[in-house]
Write a protein that binds this ligand. Structure first.
Ligand code: 5GP
Length: 184
């Protein structure tokens, strides 16, 4: 079955446009994993995944990293079931790890407005990690951030995307490829 027909079957909608195919995603994550492995040798970083969207990306990324690491998660929400940001960030689950003096790498699925990463940058900096870096699989060109996103999988246009962990109304996270969806 093609990826497009998998999509149609799940949504009952007409096929949408594929943005990134699973092979492209896999290849880029292998590159990111190698780069992060080089940068964090002997640093035993703490990875902080941002739920829910990161769950597939972080699972694939850590298996491309050849070093010791700890993994923790935060759960934020800036989106309800709408396709537009609510502009407010809520913490649903905080980290359990003491990150004071540790090398922290935040793992995001997508940076859209930049609000979530900005919020985390501020919140985690206060805890005085030895270093604080960010990796995101996708970054939209409209994102406004006043610090560096250290590792970016793909820069994408300002379209709503689903699949590979990214949802639409909590569905479609299980699609292996990434698709653009029309805004309502
Ligand atoms: P930001 O705070 O940068 O505006 O948005 C970050 C969060 O919004 C992401 O972690 C993700 O959960 C959600 N988000 C932003 N853009 C998209 C998108 O195009 N598709 C989906 N499914 N979620 C998105």
């Amino acid at each position: 079955m093609t990826a497009v027909s998998e999509y149609s079957k799940l949504t009952g909608n007409s096929p949408k446009q594929i943005l990134l195919e699973r092979k492209q995603i896999e290849a880029r994550i292998a590159e990111l994993g190698a780069e992060i492995t080089r940068d964090y040798q002997d640093k035993k970083p703490v990875l902080i995944g941002v739920l829910n969207g990161c769950f597939i990306f972080i699972a694939d990324l850590v298996r491309r990293m050849q070093l010791d690491m700890e993994i923790d998660f935060v759960k934020l929400s800036s989106y309800g079931n709408e396709q537009e940001s609510s502009g407010k960030i809520k913490i649903h689950k905080d980290i359990n790890t003491n990150i004071h003096g540790r090398h922290v790498l935040v793992v995001e699925d997508i940076v859209d407005t930049g609000l979530s990463v900005g919020f985390l940058h501020e919140k985690l900096s206060v805890l005085e990690p030895a270093s604080l870096k960010f990796v995101t699989l996708l970054k939209k060109d409209k994102a406004k951030i006043n610090f560096k996103i250290d590792y970016i999988g793909f820069e994408i246009p300002d379209r709503f995307v689903v699949g590979y962990g990214l949802d639409h109304g909590q569905l479609l996270r299980n699609l292996p490829d990434i698709y653009t969806m029309d805004r309502k």
